[in-house]
Ligand binder design. Structure first.
Ligand SMILES: Nc1ncnc2c1ncn2[C@@H]1O[C@H](COP(=O)(O)OP(=O)(O)OP(=O)(O)O)[C@@H](O)[C@H]1O
Length: 297
């Protein structure tokens, strides 16, 4: 299947900061891919390279079979950056006309606004929109030029549940019609609602590239921590470490782990079980590629 966006071994530095570290990724026509990761993971940098706003330090970036730096190539895509500023005095309908006039093919204005629940606001000045309506409009504009592919950087940040769902429906509609989407998010639920494939990034690297279900299973880990001298071999331990006299165990099945711990008769105290953050989960999992071997503390 046609590859619409590709990076090969891409690195991007900002001074001493390594924002992307040898990232290779293919996005094929018709895919809806979620790019998930904690703050500072490198998601926006990757989007900015794909859409030609920044250049890579090394490696190759391809867009629609050409270069993201080529304005003709860029006419085939739509983009909503993480932050947008729209001219306050223009009306909603006018900004849609203005943006779509830059593209050879336009999306029907009425249909576009209806798809994103903005059809009642066509005459409203942008300065009179709520924050959520402005964000929805900014996302809508990515679709104005009948793009083959859209890049959405945290499209639903700041939206309430209803507005978020309306946006999701609009994005799904585009995808159902054959459109390709790459969107970033901090939220697994958002990626789960939209995407089949999820690419997890952390510290500038691709940590996982899999189905949403597989990634959800990875994230569903818990941290069991306790005080003990020594522990026996315990089932389902993905990673472990010792800190300030406590032992921390990362597991997908804390119930079974505790049952086995009690069964073993090992003396322990101060048992705590808590969720791991997304970041913690991924960093723990990926920094322990030989995880099974580390289960014996
Ligand atoms: N213009 C810049 N100058 C210096 N450092 C930068 C610049 N842009 C990004 N960085 C750094 O590069 C790293 C990746 O940032 P990036 O914005 O790509 O992450 P992100 O995953 O999009 O984060 P967030 O979810 O917070 O938007 C971070 O350490 C960030 O501080």
């Amino acid at each position: 299947m046609t590859i619409l966006a590709r990076t090969v071994d891409v690195t991007r530095r900002y001074g001493d900061v390594l924002a992307l570290d040898r990232v290779s990724l293919d996005i094929r026509a018709g895919e809806l891919v979620g790019l998930l990761g904690p703050n500072g993971a490198g998601k926006s940098t990757l989007i900015n390279l794909f859409v030609g706003l920044r250049r890579q330090t090394s490696g190759t970036v391809e867009l629609l079979g050409g270069s993201p730096q080529d304005p003709l190539v860029r006419r085939g895509i739509g983009v909503t950056p993480q932050e947008t500023g729209l001219p306050e005095s223009l009306r909603v309908g006018e900004i849609v006309d203005f943006v779509s006039s830059h593209f050879p093919e336009k999306t029907n204005k009425g249909e576009l606004l209806a798809r994103f629940g903005l059809d009642d606001l066509v005459k409203r000045q942008i300065g009179g929109l709520s924050g959520g309506q402005k964000r929805r409009l900014a996302v809508t504009l990515a679709f104005a030029g009948n793009p083959r592919m859209v890049f959405l950087d945290e499209p639903t940040t700041g939206l309430d549940v209803e507005a978020r769902r309306t946006l999701w429906d609009g994005i799904k509609d585009f995808h159902d019609g054959g459109g390709t989407v790459l969107l970033t998010s901090h939220y697994l639920e958002e990626v789960e609602a939209l995407a089949k494939r999820v690419v997890v990034v952390g510290h500038g690297r691709v940590l996982a590239d899999d189905t949403v279900q597989a990634v959800r299973d990875m994230v569903g880990v818990r941290r069991v921590s306790l005080v003990a001298e020594n522990l026996p071999e315990l089932p389902g331990v993905l990673a472990s470490d010792r800190e300030d006299g406590r032992i921390h165990l990362v597991t997908t099945d804390p119930d079974r782990l505790v049952v086995e711990l009690v069964r073993s008769g090992t003396p322990f105290s101060g048992l705590e079980i808590r969720p791991t953050s997304l970041e913690e989960a991924f960093l723990t999992i990926t920094s322990n590629s030989t995880v099974k071997e580390s289960s014996h503390v």
